[in-house]
Write a protein that binds this ligand. Structure first.
Ligand code: C2E
Ligand code: MG
Ligand code: MG
Length: 385
């Protein structure tokens, strides 16, 4: 047997169904119908997998997740529930925040094939290889980047790209960052993930440079990357290795990330700016601390959150917010970037408002590096038409 699985569900028929599928995937399994015996079963049997229903009599799923975290449970957890997907999604987020290894969520009813697919995904990590799947993926080069163009509104020219990480998963296909960046942050893998992204991104930038394509590369950072003072040296070393200049790199940080550790963050961000890297405050307007951050940290660019941008052509309020933020950026000597431009009306409105840089599906979707030259010439034609 490859792993030990506990299914917790008050519906005996569903629990038996999960146990049957699990058996076909090589698991030994135990079924329980309420949460009371779960802690002792975990202590006694050390499951590698828990399939958890959120709606149980007496205890709810959130309480169970809290108690699993208190028990320091290391099993892979799959949440399956009849609740709507927003509730399941919120439970997943909570679980991840408490350090649990939530590997998936699913809404009932679940088909046997789909369940088997999810379960076999992590068998890889339960067998001979004890490294977490994400670590295996980073080390195997299964994290790759797609690039989304950023254009200068005044000239219409492409001036850079944002590198966005994807996980090429052996069983699940392409996994989006929403499903692994947080996991990396809570499992101590974020530095390795960022190193991999920096390495792949700079290698690509250097290849483009050799083809005469000169682009700024925006790379997303996590707050946790700023916990190590040698971050700046590591980035510098990567630049040297790839022959890329600091002035052609922009690091994007969310507002909440910039807040995480005020003094150390300020130290690292200031040194990055001194060395010539650009710094962008991402998703601006979505956190409480916006204005404090702008005054305190050495940003050079401000990215207006896409929730405002997407609405700016048809909502007076969103239009007012985008206009104000863009004016604020100008007054502070920062470039303003509008992200999430999905339609022409919005694109034209942003030119009218006076934003500097645009990014969004209307301009170009995130794409593999190989498609960028073709996109660039099509965009040029579109601009001239
Ligand atoms: P972000 O940095 O704000 O990146 C923009 C996200 O918006 C991307 O989602 C992009 O695909 C999406 N997007 C772009 N244009 C549009 C549009 O017109 N409409 C809509 N609806 N969406 C648009 P993605 O690639 O799923 O990335 C999500 C987030 O994950 C990123 O948000 C970033 O915070 C994070 N992320 C991505 N790659 C990395 C990474 O390498 N490291 C870290 N730490 N975080 C990353
Ligand atoms: Mg970003
Ligand atoms: Mg953003």
């Amino acid at each position: 047997m490859t792993g030990r699985l506990i299914v917790v569900d008050d519906d005996p028929a569903f629990a038996t169904f999960v146990a049957k599928v699990a058996k076909s995937c090589g698991f030994a399994s135990r079924e329980i119908h309420d949460a009371a015996t779960l802690p002792s079963l975990i202590a006694e049997w050390s499951p590698t997998y828990i399939v958890l229903d959120l709606n149980l009599p007496k205890t709810d799923g959130i309480e169970i997740l809290r108690s699993l975290a208190e028990q320091n449970c290391k099993a892979n957890i799959l949440i399956i529930s009849g609740s709507d997907d927003k509730v399941i999604g919120a439970a997943r987020k909570l679980g991840l925040e408490r350090g649990l290894n939530i590997v998936g969520i699913a809404q009932k009813p679940v088909r046997a094939n789909d369940l088997a697919k999810i379960l076999t995904t992590d068998i890889v990590s339960l067998g001979t290889d004890s490294r977490p799947p994400l670590q295996q993926a980073i080390e195997a080069g299964d994290i790759f980047l797609v690039y989304q163009p950023k254009i200068d509104f005044a000239s219409g020219a492409m001036i850079g790209v944002e590198a966005l990480a994807r996980w090429r998963h052996r069983h699940r296909g392409i996994v989006m960052p929403a499903d692994f960046v947080h996991l990396a942050e809570t499992t101590g893998l974020i530095d390795r993930l960022t190193e991999a992204v920096v390495d792949v991104g700079m290698a690509q930038q250097s290849a483009w440079n050799k083809q005469g394509i000169d682009l700024n590369m925006a790379i997303n950072l996590s707050a946790k990357n700023l916990h190590h003072l040698d971050f700046v040296e590591n980035i510098d070393a990567a630049c040297k290795r790839h022959g890329v200049s600091p002035g052609s790199i922009t690091f994007e940080l969310t507002e909440s990330a910039a807040m995480d550790d005020a003094t150390q963050g300020l130290d690292i961000l200031t040194r990055l700016r001194l060395k010539g890297y650009h710094l962008s405050i991402d998703d601006f307007g979505t956190s409480y601390s916006s204005l404090v951050q702008l005054q305190r940290l050495p940003f050079s660019e401000l990215k207006i959150d896409r929730s405002f941008v997407a609405e700016c052509a048809n909502s007076k309020d969103a239009h007012a917010i985008v206009t104000t933020i863009s004016g604020l950026a100008k007054n502070l000597g920062l470039k303003s970037v509008a992200e999430g431009i999905e339609c022409e009306a919005c694109y034209l409105k942003l030119i009218d408002i006076g934003c500097d840089i645009g990014q969004g599906y209307f301009i170009g979707r995130p794409m593999p590096a190989s498609e960028l030259p073709r996109w660039a010439s099509a965009w040029k034609k579109r601009k001239c038409a």
